[in-house]
Structure formats: structure tokens, C-alpha cells
Design a protein around this ligand. Structure first.
Ligand SMILES: [Mn+2]
Length: 482
């Protein structure tokens, strides 16, 4: 692997005790007076017989404590002026640790994590009951882990306290990234960008989807990321029109366009990048036309995504460029080439659908609009979850449209998908699927593209792929047993 694609994990930024303590204090500050909040770990999940999927901590518990083990919970109590953070963890167990690795245990939890008290997890029900007895409000979210739900339910039913959702607090906090979080996300973006560049460099018409997937994920892991942030989408040719294609098993075809949507998770934080490139290193005219249109839309949308704007503004900016482009290519008609025109046409269509249903007649065909080829949103929040949380989604707690502000991180990912059998589009565009996705952080007075290291301009992609081809001709290639 090329040296420049290695981002050292040793130099990577991470959280520390001071930062976790500040988070816990902020969380407690936002809790109601005389309340108790409980946040639980994800359960372990079976993959096959007696082996489990790799464990990933629940994002809220990870955010507040950094505690990485299953069968764990955090309880924060705020009674009068007294704040107490308690961790519940698995007990030390020499026999189990030989098989599955070291457990922090109660002593380790107290030593290495921010808490006032630590208990073994079998004390959970007892300690929760005694904390709830003194509180007026209890924060707990059912549905994360059945084991804890059962225990909590019994205790809570016996005490009859007002129940609130702790996510309304934690998710609002998670929406705004601190300087350290941005550093970690920059690092995740760098690793993922290096992986995409490496896939471009090493792709040939003889490659397969799974080989490119292996290259992408080996760069992730090589640079110290913990997981993929989601299942990698590595789609050649017409597979790119399937939005969440993750089979990744087909051979590539000379002349096809590749779509790779893959991101790593570093210190719990996700990156999320999509790039497209021609399998043989040269865009055809048709591919160039569609790719450049999506890129123009993406660049325009990114420009709009600054402080004070909303994610709908970003989506509308991308859509405007795409509508105009599709009209110029003769794919949509003039009357639906504006947002007002599109709205009108779709409204009329809905009416016709309802009318047809009443008469038991066949439903009318939906008019061809941008939505026929771009059927997803342009943005989502990014953070500990790839589709990150933020109270109320794109609306703030008061129901107003959420305005972008420093510390928010979101993706910008317009796309166009023309199925190979779609007779609504000119022949030369069929079988082309393009999505271009970057990760954008809003910073005071501007924005920062965390994924900028992955080329997306046509010339840059073709240059990188030519460079890779020359290296291969000189004998350098990715190790393969074939
Ligand atoms: Mn995304």
C-alpha cells in the first residue's frame, strides 16, 4: 500500500477523562431537579451458534462514558444538589476472561472511567430501586436491551415515577460536536478518504466488487479504525442503482461505472463517503455528463450548507441543479423542471391516484420528475451513528426547522440512478448510477469538508487511476492469492 495512504493510528485523537467528566456534568445539568437517568449498553447478538457479532457499545453510553463492554449501564442521579454517576459492569471472572478477554470489572471501571461509584451488574435492580425512591422523575428508554428493560420495568412499576426519555437530552448534546470530537471525525474522514483513493488507484476491469471492498476495508483497519461505520456498498455498473446494495460479489465490467459508499468508524465516530469512478479509468461521454451533473449539484449544495441555513435548503439547492440538468438532457419535461412545477404535478398525480382507487380503476402512472431518479434525501447528521441523532431530526425541540450552527456535522450526497431497463431515459444513460457524498462540519464563519481527501473532480479521478495503472505496470500491486 502506498505510504501516503497510511494515516497513523498512534497519532490519532481520542477522548479523555476530563472530556467525559465535562459531558456527564453537562448531561446532569440538563436533567430535571430530583431525577435519575439510566442509560444501558447494547446487548450482544448471536451471529452463528456460539459466536457473536463483534460487540459495538450503544452510542449514548459510549458518548457519556466511553465504557466499551456489554452488560453495562450508567445511572446519573441528581437529588437536591448532589450529583452521583454510577457505573454497572460485568464482574471480573478469570475463567471467562481467558476465553473472551480482560474485563474492567468494578475496580477497573472506577480507575479508568469517570464515575463516583461502580457496581457489578447484578446490583442494577437494587441500586436503581433505591435511587428511584428518592427521585420525582426517571429517565429511561425502553427497547435498547431486553435484559435491562425487564429489570427496570419491575422497579419502576413498583415506584410509579414520571418517565422521561433520556435521549431528548443526550441526542441534543450529540448534535453539537466539540473541538475534540471534530478532531476525531477529521481523522475518520482522512482514513476513509485514503481508502477511497486506494480503491480508485487499484481498480482494473479485471477486479471484482469484493476485491475493492477488501481494499477499502483493509485501509480502514490498517489505520486503526475499529469497524466499518456501516456495511460497505461496492457496486459496479447497474448495481449502483440499488441504493443499499451490499452483496458486493460481482465481477466488474470494462466500460462500467463504479459506486462505492463506505466509511470507517474511528474512536466510535463515523465517516461516510461515496465516490464514483470508471472501472477502466476513463469516463465515457455519457458517464461524464451524468457524473458532472451530480457533482455540480453536490458542490452547489455544499456551498449552501453554512450557518443559519437548514438541511432542506441544502436538499433544495442540490435538487434545483439536478432538475435543470435533467430538463436540459430531455429526461424531464419543462413543467416539472422547477420545484413549484414538480410539486403541482405530484399533487395532481396524488389526486388522480385517490380518484382511481375510489373507482377501483388502475392507478395512473407517476409523472417523470426528479424524484423518479433521485429518491433519497441529500443529507443526514453524522457522528457516533452514521445516521446520527439530533433531537427532533431536522427540527429543533420547539418544532422549528433546525438551523445549521457550528459543531454540526452532516453529509451532502445527491445522486442520480438510471436503471438499465428504464425506458424513460435515453439509452446511453441507462445503467448509470452516481452518488457523490462528503462529510461537512459547520465551523464558526464557515465549513470544513472532512472527506476532502478523496478525489471527486473528473480530471483528478482519471489522473489518480492512470497513476495506479502505471504503478501496476511497473510491478506494484495489491497482494492477492490469485
Ligand atoms: Mn450517507
Amino acid at each position: 500500500m502506498d505510504k501516503k495512504h497510511m494515516v497513523s493510528s498512534l497519532s490519532g485523537p481520542r477522548m479523555n477523562a476530563v472530556l467525559y467528566a465535562a459531558r456527564l456534568t453537562d448531561f446532569a445539568f440538563r436533567m430535571k431537579p430530583n431525577s435519575v437517568a439510566i442509560i444501558v449498553a447494547n446487548p450482544e447478538r448471536t451471529r452463528s451458534n456460539d459466536t457473536e457479532f463483534e460487540f459495538r457499545q450503544s452510542s449514548d453510553l459510549l458518548y457519556l462514558t466511553g465504557f466499551p463492554e456489554p452488560e453495562a449501564a450508567l445511572m446519573v442521579s441528581k437529588i437536591g444538589n448532589k450529583l452521583t454517576a454510577s457505573l454497572f459492569v460485568r464482574p471480573k471472572d478469570r475463567a471467562r476472561e481467558i476465553w473472551t478477554g480482560i474485563r474492567h470489572g468494578v475496580e477497573g471501571a472506577k480507575k479508568s472511567f469517570v464515575c463516583d461509584k461502580a457496581f457489578t451488574v447484578d446490583q442494577f435492580a437494587r441500586e436503581v430501586a433505591s435511587a428511584i425512591a428518592k427521585a420525582e422523575t426517571v429517565y429511561y428508554k425502553f427497547g435498547n436491551c431486553e435484559h435491562f428493560d425487564t429489570q427496570f420495568d419491575k422497579v419502576w412499576k413498583a415506584e410509579q415515577r414520571t418517565l422521561e426519555n433520556p435521549e431528548t437530552i443526550v441526542h441534543e448534546m450529540r448534535l453539537f460536536k466539540s473541538e475534540r470530537e471534530l478532531d476525531i471525525m477529521r481523522h475518520a474522514g482522512k482514513i476513509a478518504a485514503a481508502a477511497h483513493s486506494e480503491a480508485m488507484r487499484l481498480c482494473t476491469p479485471e477486479s471484482t466488487e469484493y476485491q475493492l471492498e477488501a481494499i477499502i476495508e483493509s485501509v480502514f483497519r490498517f489505520n486503526g479504525s475499529d469497524f466499518t461505520a456501516y456495511n460497505s456498498i461496492v457496486a459496479g455498473g447497474n448495481n449502483a442503482v440499488i441504493l443499499h446494495y451490499t452483496t458486493n460479489n460481482d465481477p466488474l465490467k470494462d466500460g462500467d461505472l463504479m459506486l462505492i459508499d463506505a466509511g470507517c468508524e474511528y474512536q466510535g465516530y463515523a465517516s461516510d463517503i461515496t465516490r464514483g469512478f470508471p472501472v477502466n479509468g476513463k469516463f465515457t461521454d455519457a458517464q461524464r455528463t451524468i457524473y458532472q451533473l451530480v457533482l455540480d449539484a453536490q458542490l452547489e449544495a455544499i456551498k449552501v450548507g453554512v450557518e443559519g441555513k437548514t438541511l432542506s435548503d441544502v436538499h433544495e439547492a442540490a435538487s434545483r441543479v439536478l432538475r435543470r440538468g435533467l430538463f436540459n438532457l430531455g429526461i424531464i419535461s419543462k413543467d416539472v423542471s422547477t420545484v413549484a412545477g414538480e410539486r403541482k404535478a405530484l399533487k395532481a398525480h396524488m389526486k388522480a391516484v385517490v380518484a382511481a382507487k375510489k373507482k377501483d380503476a388502475k392507478a395512473p402512472v407517476e409523472p417523470v420528475t426528479l424524484r423518479s431518479f433521485f429518491m433519497h434525501g441529500t443529507s443526514h447528521w453524522l457522528g457516533l451513528d452514521v445516521h446520527d441523532v439530533g433531537t427532533g431530526g431536522t427540527r429543533d425541540p420547539r418544532g422549528k426547522k433546525r438551523k445549521l450552527a457550528p459543531g454540526m456535522v452532516f453529509t451532502v450526497e445527491p445522486g442520480l440512478y438510471f436503471d438499465k431497463n428504464d425506458k424513460r431515459v435515453p439509452k446511453q444513460f441507462r445503467g448509470i448510477g452516481v452518488r457523490i457524498e462528503d462529510d461537512v462540519a459547520v465551523i464558526p464563519g464557515g465549513q470544513e469538508i472532512l472527506s476532502a481527501g478523496a478525489p471527486k473532480e473528473i480530471d483528478d479521478i482519471e489522473r489518480l487511476m492512470a497513476e495506479g495503472r502505471n504503478l501496476r505496470l511497473s510491478g506494484q500491486r495489491f497482494q492477492s492469492i490469485h
